[in-house]
Ligand binder design. Sequence first.
Ligand SMILES: Cc1cc2nc3c(=O)[nH]c(=O)nc-3n(C[C@H](O)[C@H](O)[C@H](O)COP(=O)(O)OP(=O)(O)OC[C@H]3O[C@@H](n4cnc5c(N)ncnc54)[C@H](O)[C@@H]3O)c2cc1C
Ligand code: SF4
Length: 513
Amino acid sequence: MAERYDIAIIGTGAGGGTLAYSLAATGKKILILERGGFLPREIENWSPGAVFNQGRYKTTEPWYDRKGQEFHPGTHYYVGGNTKVYGAVLFRLRREDFGELRHYGGISPAWPVKYEDMAPWYTKAEHLYSVHGQRGIDPTDPPGDPYSHPAVTHEPRIQEIVDDITRKTGLHPFPLPLGIRLNEQHPEFSECVRCGTCDGFPCLVNAKSDSHTTCIVPALKHSNVTLVTHAKVTRLHTDAGGRTVTEIEAEVDGRPQRLQADIVVSSCGAINSAALLLRSANDKHKQGLANSSGQVGRNYMCHLNSAILTVSNKPNPTKFQKTFGINDFYLKGPHGDYPLGHLQTLGKATKEMLEDDAPFFAPGLALDYMATHSIDWWITSEDLPSPDNRVTLTRNGDVCLEYTPNNEEGHSRLLAKLKDIVHEIGADFHFLPSVGYLSKRIPLAGVAHQVGTTRFGADPKTSVLDVNCKAHDVDNLYVVDGGFFCSSSAVNPALTIIANALRVGEHIAARVK
Ligand SMILES: Cc1cc2nc3c(=O)[nH]c(=O)nc-3n(C[C@H](O)[C@H](O)[C@H](O)COP(=O)(O)OP(=O)(O)OC[C@H]3O[C@@H](n4cnc5c(N)ncnc54)[C@H](O)[C@@H]3O)c2cc1C
Ligand code: SF4
């Protein structure tokens, strides 16, 4: 007879890792199943060639677009999930994001919880993930307790840009909230060394607040918590009535296994959780497990993202560039119209990262010159939930991702605003679309900010999960990852996934007491 657990958590990313941490002290028998292994600590962690050009840590799993064309998603299967490589920008959603917002492209719907419901969980999440920041500069920052770590300082060239923007444009550049274990006051004790390869790279010295080092490692200190790696969950089985998940089918080191738990949590990431539910269709759940609403896999959102390179005559020797953002156009554009989105600096582009797109730029500017003189930007606008943007399965059960970008007007206006800003602060800037892994507009394979495929809500007819992220249709099944989002907002999603995992963790802990 297989061993039975109180709680099984599938996946160890921002959602699953944080949930495991929050439940570890309950003393309940917790099983964590992760399809990947530990990301190897090796010198290639910090090699732009290995990470960007060769895609060393990305999955090689094929996914398919709506025409059946194969593509390789920019996603990562390791203990810690995508937080192993994230840029660690850990934002709260704005208070307004929880309500209904009108955009150029339509309505961004309200959430079933308010900002005030989430605020205490955001505070806990910021403490847990050692977020550095400063409140009161970003005009859209919602009310919150002060950060427990001071804002990460700007390197001199970036400070110059921030000062120029503040002085010449009247905008409010603010320090990005960053989850890194950096001690600038006492660098001799600092785990983080402010290297040049953070955003998009794993951290060789384990100083990034990813869910592996922040949550899974401490959770495993509890003897009631078991982690099984290389355990890919393939299907969930229910009892005859369809109200209870009774068995978890997995391939552990390639061999089939069946496992049992009283409560089952899917934290595979928004796309893979939806795919798992669709693969788990049975007689009682004909269109996929927990899918009486027909919403599983629908409303996939990933933001409208662009990477931009601005090259100036002045060298930019910055190593750690991702230190400031601008939200002045987050809620409305310069003419008081609809939301445009969010601007932030990117990790510093290197010559290797630019090489892939070299023919596009050659022979105008040498790559070396571009890499040493560019300021690199990431701009994000909200995409709106649409039932037609969705995860389905191919005949073989592989992921098919159908996505047509919407709400693009705000994004192109934001891009134009960035051009204005750059022109206002200095005529020595050339304006170029970006290059490398972040190409100009992030394509379908850029699934980094995936959310929305199992949205939560009060009405079982229009949502997959209830307000506690339990499936409406199944009594012991939860989804705790980016899937629950009702709208994508225009800030990076991980802190909201983390805060929600802590919130749901408290609910599950009370349930199993
Ligand atoms: C390059 C990059 C940079 C980013 N930068 C930022 C940033 O600066 N700020 C920010 O907020 N967000 C950022 N993100 C996004 C952020 O990483 C994600 O929002 C977050 O990790 C999502 O958490 P999750 O729990 O939903 O899924 P994930 O973190 O993807 O975790 C899912 C886990 O489930 C496992 N899994 C999947 N399927 C199965 C299965 N069938 N069986 C068992 N295990 C399974 C996976 O291996 C993985 O460990 C970035 C992402 C990338 C890729
Ligand atoms: S040392 Fe610091 S800057 Fe470098 S990858 Fe680690 S956390 Fe990021």
